[in-house]
Design a protein around this ligand. Sequence first.
Ligand SMILES: [Zn+2]
Length: 382
Amino acid sequence: MRTHVGEVLALFREHGELSRTEVIDISGLSRSTVNQRLAALESAGLIAEIGGGESTGGRPSSRFALNRSRGVLLTADIGATGLIAAVCDLAGSPLRHRTVRVDVWEGPERVLGEVDRAFDELIEGDLVWGIGIGVPGPVEFAAGRVVNPPIMTGWDRFDIAGWFDRFEVPVVVENDANSRAVAEARPLRHDNLISMKVGTGIGSGLVFNGQIIRGSEGAAGDIGHTRAALADSATPLGCRCGNVGCVEAYAGGWALVRDLDAAGTSVEHVADVVTLVRQGDIEAVRLVRQAGRVLGDAVADLVSILNPESIVLSGQLAECGEVLLSGVRERVYQRSLPLATRNLTIRVSKLGELAGVTGLAIITADQLFATDRIDELLERIG
Ligand SMILES: [Zn+2]
């Protein structure tokens, strides 16, 4: 019978504050059942009564909401050249975070060791309920492992979830672009959204009908290693995955660093490219505009096929704003079907660098609060 507890909790996660009457109306459950479920959730501390509320016959009726500070979720968004670790509340909001510069190809022991250190520094006597780890490669979600990552040397099938055994809580491992897609889609209740992460590398996350599309092997959305349209007319460039003509080889942060360096501008990191664009450097602006067109070409067919309501860009290069967006918009509106772009918005993420950790927290909470798992949680928190 406890599954109903999960269903009622899900209403609060979706709608925010609700009165008893609203829960009855939305769920279709009887008043007595709702009373029982609310009492169970309240006694477990998962929901709490909040002040104010609608008035029925002069007496204000109480309203309830998810008790977002009952426990915390630890999340780490691992990128190619750095990671962000965060303590998040149960609604997914980052409370404290820390940035660490470390290259992902230094291997899992080194990188996850940095995550451990960051977690230890961030935890302030919090009750840890779950852990979410984001990685820049394809993920076998059920097993919590990376599979055949093109750039993550030493990570193939490494037991990432097992690394965090000492916490004795569920660990979710997710692709970085997928976690961003959820962070953008869920709060706005956008059920159909494409998120593009444009940092050192390029990835995309697809949320459709409210669910992440992972594909049968976890490889869905790896747009950075699809063939760039530009490769047909320009010199086919080598990619770090070993292939030639990939989208990343023209539009990834590492490729722009390579091109600016070849043009005689001293740059080392993607952040330097962003700085140059902000300073109005002509070559940097030209290259980022072209990168936008390459991305637009890459995503245009997806727009025609899947008909998302929005495309959201995040990652370090997205900090170039309009310079990058204009190229994406140009190609998508040129090449996608008119009906598919009629109400499409293409924008930069407002969550900035915290998009990844936010999405990871939401996905971890989804697992903890899933109707078939909530018993496990209630037992654990006593
Ligand atoms: Zn490639």
